[in-house]
Design a protein around this ligand. Structure first.
Ligand code: TEU
Length: 587
């Protein structure tokens, strides 16, 4: 059993600041820091302890703030440093904390560090970024990039960008507007430690660290193997920058120089790594690196070699991924995060359940029951608590605003101009996978613009058409029906999770019936022997689930079908309705 810590029991709520809440009188159609502050009582009543906001720093917004031009200034769209101070003090009053987004694999191409680096080969900051000579000059006079790696956001172009003035390429893994910092240079690392101290001293409680496992690249920058087909000159180079050779050295230095001096919550975003030993080096109890990371296995369940593509998956595979990480952490004294949504993924009810009018509510509550009973620090993404779904397939492509979607669609049109089947497939990928689905404005109430911004103001991104029925206000007050709303069900789940942290946060996880193709069932047992059973029907069918004989359930205190406890026959087979989830207390 893991040693209890506040950051293990905390519930973290992720805010996507552009789409969370604007403030009265604002005309930009963007969310703001003042808007966040105005919703703290709401978050408190849901059961949130820590607020993590995606980047609010000064940025040209090429990638919605994941391109930072000044780590110590706030973007004018979001407000001012004083607004952040106010946010922190209002959080403190409610016994809540703030987690900042630390984006230090790369900066914006408008960051003064980069402008200086770019200015000349002799600049003292030249070596703060990764500059390389062309591989060779082609017959037509164009310089050839140092290797064949493809840009991550859009997958079409080279990660290398040529600078005419100095005749060299700089590396930018995501978009040309996001040049990668050179972590090999100790001055760069010191500048980052300085930024971290700045925010910790100002009252932040910790950081979510953007693609922190990409900071160390394999020296020599070898070419990637060819995995993408015709029409793709450039190839995913993950192998050469995911968990690179000096990653752990850098993370330990960060811990020594900064994190060890405060009582922090840290979570490293680590796409592309699934190796247990490698992950435990970072999140093992005595690793001296990070408290936890985001493991991508579950959100990448439908990802082949690139994210904007489709792959079949089934419930058994989903179960085995979740079970694997529950077990790895409990058997090795590691710690993990629990999450199925964020700003880079489609909505969970659309992806893992059924978002039709008939089943959306049940599906969203099923996912809530699962997440609130799993071990790890729980992360809830804005709108997940009311079961917001993906943008409809009827939206014209112009409604999608994300650079990744735009690049992907442009590439589709380049490659498949006259192939309507391929283009329809491309649109399907967008409908199922685009990051935009998570970025539509929050639904607060049934008023114009869903209460996200003032009536008459145009939101930066289109509000979902269904906000009049799916919104916070409606879900907080429905109390006459026989059933809890998605919001009320989350509130109940978060409350129970805290009250029984010894069971749900720290308890021993044991999967039952792993071969069942539809039902995910497991028990959670506390150190003192209290045992609970979770049974989740991940299908739209009625199922008779055979409960192991040794389990005796004395009460079913919770289900996603009725308020209060549910009656189930006292037999060894339990009938489950479509998308039904139940929680049993064992004798
Ligand atoms: O994302 C990193 C990342 O690898 C993915 O989640 C990414 O969105 C996906 O693989 C694209 O196919 C982080 C941020 O969360 C994301 O919003 C940024 O765009 C990215 O880093 C660059 O900072």
């Amino acid at each position: 059993y893991a040693t209890p810590k506040w950051w293990k029991e905390a519930v973290v709520y992720q805010i996507y600041p552009s789409s969370f809440q604007s403030h009265p009188g604002a005309t930009s159609g963007w969310g703001s820091i003042k808007g966040i502050t105005s919703r703290l009582s709401y978050l408190k009543s849901l059961g949130v302890d820590v607020v993590w906001s995606s980047p609010i720093f000064k940025s040209p917004q090429a990638d919605m703030g994941y391109d930072i031009a000044d780590y110590k200034q706030i973007d004018h769209r979001y407000g001012t440093l004083e607004d952040v101070d106010e946010l922190i003090s209002e959080l403190k009053k409610r016994d809540m904390k703030l987690m900042m987004d630390l984006v230090v694999n790369h900066t914006s191409n408008e960051h003064p560090w980069f402008l200086e680096s770019k200015s000349s080969k002799d600049s003292p900051k030249r070596d703060w970024y990764i500059w390389k000579k062309p591989k060779h000059i082609n017959a037509d006079g164009t310089p050839e990039p140092p290797n064949n790696w493809s840009q991550i956001l859009g997958e079409a172009n080279s990660t290398w960008n040529y600078d005419e003035e100095t005749g060299e390429f700089y590396l930018a893994l995501f978009t040309p507007e996001q040049p990668d910092l050179n972590w090999e240079n100790p001055d760069v690392r010191n500048a980052i430690w300085d930024v971290m101290h700045f925010w910790m001293r100002r009252g932040a409680a910790g950081f979510r660290m953007d693609v922190i496992n990409l900071i160390s690249k394999v020296p020599g920058y070898p070419d990637a193997e060819v995995t993408l087909g015709e029409g793709h000159k450039y190839q995913p180079g993950m192998k050469y920058f995911v968990n690179g050779p000096r990653l752990h050295e850098y993370l330990q230095e960060m811990y020594r120089e900064v994190l060890s001096k405060y009582d922090t919550i840290t979570v490293g975003e680590m796409p592309g790594v699934s190796d247990e030993k490698e992950i435990l080096r970072t999140v093992g109890a005595n690793s001296g690196e990070l408290r936890m990371i985001f493991i991508f296995d579950l959100v990448d369940i439908d990802k082949p070699n690139v994210r904007m593509a489709l792959k079949e998956w089934d419930v058994k595979e989903m179960k085995s991924i979740i079970t694997k990480w529950q077990k790895v952490m409990q058997e090795n004294d590691g710690w993990n995060s629990v999450f199925i949504e964020n700003h880079d993924n489609p909505r969970s009810v659309s992806r893992y359940a059924d978002d039709s009018d008939e089943w959306r509510t049940k599906g969203a509550k099923l996912l809530a029951l699962m997440q609130t009973t799993l071990g790890g620090t729980l992360f809830v993404y804005q709108g997940e608590e009311i079961g917001i779904r993906n943008a409809p397939t009827s939206w014209p492509i112009e409604e999608f605003k994300d650079i990744e979607t735009i690049n992907y669609w442009r590439k589709c049109n380049e490659l498949y101009k006259n192939d309507s089947d391929q283009l329809a497939h491309g649109r399907k990928v967008i409908d199922m996978k685009a990051r935009d689905h998570a970025r539509t404005p929050m639904h607060w109430d049934a008023a114009e613009n869903a209460g996200f911004c003032d009536p008459g103001v145009k939101p930066w991104m289109r509000v979902m058409d269904d906000y009049k029925t799916i919104n916070v206000e409606a879900q907080m007050k429905t109390n006459d029906s026989e059933d809890l709303s998605v919001w009320q069900f989350w509130q109940r789940g978060l409350h129970d999770r805290k009250e029984h942290a010894d069971v749900f946060v720290y308890g021993e996880f044991q999967e039952l019936d792993p071969q069942h193709p539809k039902v995910y069932a497991y028990t959670k047992t506390s150190q003192s022997g209290e045992r609970w059973l979770v049974v989740l029907n991940f299908s739209g069918d009625e199922v008779e689930w055979a409960m192991p004989a040794e389990l005796k359930v004395e009460l079913w205190p919770c289900s996603n079908y009725v308020k209060g406890h549910v009656e189930k026959p006292k037999k060894s087979t339990i009938p489950l309705q479509p998308w039904e989830g139940i929680l049993g207390k064992c004798k």
